[in-house]
Ligand binder design. Structure first.
Ligand code: UD1
Ligand code: UDP
Length: 381
């Protein structure tokens, strides 16, 4: 079996690490081969290379070096550069993960190639598309990720799902149940495997923090950061919170440019002494920071899952979540931009009345192994 794995953005790297570790193990037994393609959607050291180093992901066989641009431009550029690579490598399976533009672009190229008469893809070789983290739905078509999720799922052959709601969503959309596999959350594999390294991180010392005496904030959704009014509104809430507890904020590059505009306009920024802005952190340091925090404020998808696994209270600054199990079973509370609700939830946590969660089924650190086993079986069939 030969796989071609496509990655492009920060959460993708974290998700493929355990898959690649399992493939490396099988590779030694001559049972599986793979080729890794980085689209270059994320390219800063802190958004890309650091994860390859920390999680021992090999240097990609190809880096398309796409960079930033509009959604259509980025998706189209990836497609254009990826097609000849798939034709050259002739994998049995193209693997895409998550919901970013690189995910959709990768799946679309594979889907187009296998129905093209002129592609010269050998007719005796079936090209499968596997989507890891399939079935998640926010039901909010203003989110670019929702478009990527829907389209990718409908052209994929193997749909690997993290939680039961994902299976339900796919069945409701008329997808054949034979394509759907509930395998758990691959991101949790990475977390389980990195436990010792996370415990050894020196980030608290470096940032001069004491366990449980701070909150962590991440923010990068266009709905929160691209509109200056929304960003300012949220910052007013953070100003209130940091009067009660220190907030550490590793700033995503999308947010960084918006923040500098906001701070420039404000001329003077008062009363934010207890909000510490830092560069995006590597995986190990970030998870060490989250594990020892009092709570997390976020609009990230992955962070909602990690906090549920770590049983750290999570206040999600979004109107919806495609990961409902983190609310039903985990520690997640959906707050949107509701100032009253956010401040109430913060007080609850500070008074020791936080949500106590459970770890969802199959979030056990064995998802990558399940996925590879299923892929080996389907390719053989
Ligand atoms: C992308 C994904 C989003 C995911 C996030 C993970 C899409 C549509 N969005 O959002 O689902 O949650 O990644 O972090 O695929 N930039 C840099 N350096 C980098 C990368 C980006 O400076 O290494 C800046 C550029 O100005 C760029 C902006 O960040 O225009 C946004 O990057 P982009 O990849 O388009 O979207 P994200 O907001 O990162
Ligand atoms: N993350 C990280 N450093 C940071 C912020 C986040 O390593 O400074 C990790 C986080 O632990 C999670 C992943 O990045 O595994 C989530 O990525 P992001 O929030 O960018 O994307 P999303 O999950 O929302 O698509």
């Amino acid at each position: 079996m030969k796989l071609l794995i496509i990655v492009g953005a920060r959460p993708n790297f974290i998700k493929v690490a355990p898959l690649i570790a399992e493939l490396n193990r099988l590779n030694k037994l001559n049972k599986a081969a793979y080729c890794l393609v980085h689209t270059g959607q994320h390219y800063d050291y802190e958004m890309s290379q650091v994860f390859f180093q920390e999680l021992k992901i090999p240097k990609p066989d190809y880096n398309l070096g796409i960079g930033s641009g509009s959604h259509s431009w980025q998706t189209a550029k990836i497609m254009e550069k990826l097609e000849p690579i798939i034709l050259k490598e002739r994998p049995d399976v193209v693997v895409v993960v998550g919901d970013v533009n690189s995910t959709l672009a990768g799946a679309l190229v594979a889907a187009k190639l296998r129905c093209s008469q002129t592609s010269n893809y050998p007719t005796n070789q079936l090209l499968s598309i596997a989507h890891i983290e399939a079935g998640l739905r926010s039901f909010d078509m203003r989110m670019p990720e929702e478009i990527n999720r829907l389209l990718t799922d409908h052209i994929s052959d193997c749909l690997f799902v993290t939680e039961p709601a994902g299976v339900k969503n796919l069945l409701n959309e008329g997808i054949n149940k034979e394509k759907i596999y509930l395998v758990g959350d691959i991101m949790i594999n990475t977390l389980v495997k990195s436990k010792t390294k996370i415990q050894k991180s020196k980030i608290l010392k470096k940032l001069n923090l004491a366990p449980k005496q701070y909150a962590v904030l991440t923010l990068h959704r266009p709905a929160n950061v691209d509109n200056p009014e929304n960003l300012k509104y949220l910052f007013d809430i953070f100003t209130e919170i940091q009067k009660k507890i220190k907030i550490v904020f590793p700033v995503h590059p999308r947010t960084k440019s918006q923040l500098s505009k906001m701070f420039k306009q404000a001329k003077q920024v008062n009363n934010l002494n207890n909000l510490q802005l830092v560069e995006p952190l590597g995986y190990i340091d970030f998870l060490a920071l989250v594990s020892q925090s009092k709570f997390v404020l976020t609009d990230s998808g992955g962070v909602q899952e990690e906090t549920t696994f770590l049983k750290i209270p999570c206040l999600t600054l979004r109107e919806n979540t495609e990961r409902p199990i983190t609310i039903e079973k985990g520690t997640n509370v959906l707050c949107g931009k509701d100032r009253k609700k956010i401040l109430k939830e913060v007080n609850k946590i500070l008074n020791g009345r936080e949500e106590k969660g459970q770890i969802p089924k199959l979030w056990d650190g064995k998802t990558a192994e399940r996925i590879i086993k299923i892929l080996c079986q389907t390719v053989k069939d």
